[in-house]
Design a protein around this ligand. Structure first.
Ligand code: ASP
Length: 347
């Protein structure tokens, strides 16, 4: 369905955190480094032509998103929190390397979001002749400006790249070279940009209007990610599971959630779970879902009490684990809550 453009002028806050979009080549080394935001805006005079009001705020020291961490996520949600009532939408300029992690984290930290938060960036700097930055930025702002009856059409954390709007916590960076750098294998596109901007309204997150917007800032970083591979050793697995203060583990398994059935492995997981460690099973495949019990090689995980990540991405699984541990969710109900879709991150 084609969505009507805004009925009144939308007000958008553009938040610059860094990334290739605003980088320039270092004169001495030739390496790309973050540049100052004012120069970025000078390079896109087209922004003045957009039919919305844009205001900007920048990280004091813009970063390459490879340096992203939960403290920066808190900075971002605080900017959104303190400006929430003054703007119709938020566009965050962010490096593509960890954009899916940030989109996932923000989706949990911003509960009951009633406005669009769209992350975008580019593969080539804005000053490059062949840059993809202008289209990404301009269309992100246009999508964030979509209003219907004076209310934002999109009310969730999204990622816009190369003509496509995705639910942020469903995305993964799949390519370091192509302009089409992201994909969302387990959830359809929220919108597509061609001659018109087409919004797929049936896939948008619905807002519970009885609940108020709430910002969460506590994320627990005492977690680990274990990616299985044929040959992973007992020593490596048990060392990780015994890390002091560790509270949760995302276990990246094969196919539909399968693992080796070797006794040392099953015993190590069982021991960890009985000690109170939270273990979540997610698949290494880019698409599809964990179905524990479908094969003999995953039945034992179900019996031990491992949580199913279903069709969640690893990025969203990590963010959800940090968020729920940060919320202090009780062990008794942790599995039930984790296996429930909170922000449309799992089917
Ligand atoms: N290294 C850059 C970053 O993530 C890559 C990009 O912006 O696309 O900040």
């Amino acid at each position: 369905m084609e969505s009507k453009m805004k009925e009144t002028k939308a007000k958008i806050l553009l938040i610059y955190t860094g990334g290739t979009i605003g980088m320039i080549k270092d004169a001495d080394t030739g390496a790309l480094k973050a540049f100052d935001f004012k120069n970025l805006l000078k390079r896109i005079p087209e922004l003045k032509l957009l039919d919305c009001k844009i205001e900007t705020v920048s990280f004091g020291k813009p970063i390459d998103s490879s340096n992203m961490n939960p403290k920066y996520w808190v900075n971002m949600v605080e900017i959104i929190e303190s400006n929430y009532s003054f703007y119709d939408g938020f566009v965050i300029l962010h490096g593509s390397d960890t954009m899916s992690y940030t989109a996932s984290a923000l989706s949990f930290m911003l509960e009951n979001l009633g406005k669009p938060v769209i992350l975008t960036g580019s593969q080539l700097p804005i000053g490059d002749l062949r840059t993809d930055a202008k289209e990404n930025l301009i269309t992100s702002i246009q999508i964030a400006s979509l209003l219907e009856n004076g209310k934002p059409v999109i009310k969730e954390v999204c990622l816009y790249f190369e003509y496509k709007l995705y639910r942020g916590n469903r995305t993964t960076k799949i390519n370091a070279e192509h302009f089409e750098a992201f994909d969302s294998l387990n959830y359809p596109l929220l919108a597509e940009s061609g001659v018109h901007i087409t919004v797929n309204k049936e896939y948008l997150l619905k807002l519970n209007t009885r609940k108020t917007f709430k910002v969460h800032k506590v994320l627990d970083e005492n977690i680990a990610l274990i990616k299985l591979f044929p040959g992973i050793s007992n020593h490596v697995v048990t060392s990780i599971l015994n890390i002091p203060y560790l509270k949760g583990v995302i276990l990246e398994t094969y196919g539909a959630g399968n693992t080796t059935t070797e006794t040392w492995f099953v015993n190590a997981l069982q021991k960890a779970v009985s000690k109170g460690l939270i273990i979540v099973n997610v698949t290494q495949c880019s698409g599809g879902s964990v179905i524990m019990g479908q094969y003999e090689t995953s039945k034992h995980l179900k019996e031990i009490g491992i949580i199913s990540g279903k069709d969640i991405t690893t990025e969203a699984a990590l963010a959800k684990l940090m968020y729920l541990l940060g919320q202090g969710v009780k062990p008794k109900i942790f599995k039930t809550i984790y296996e429930t879709s909170l922000r449309g991150e799992m089917s």
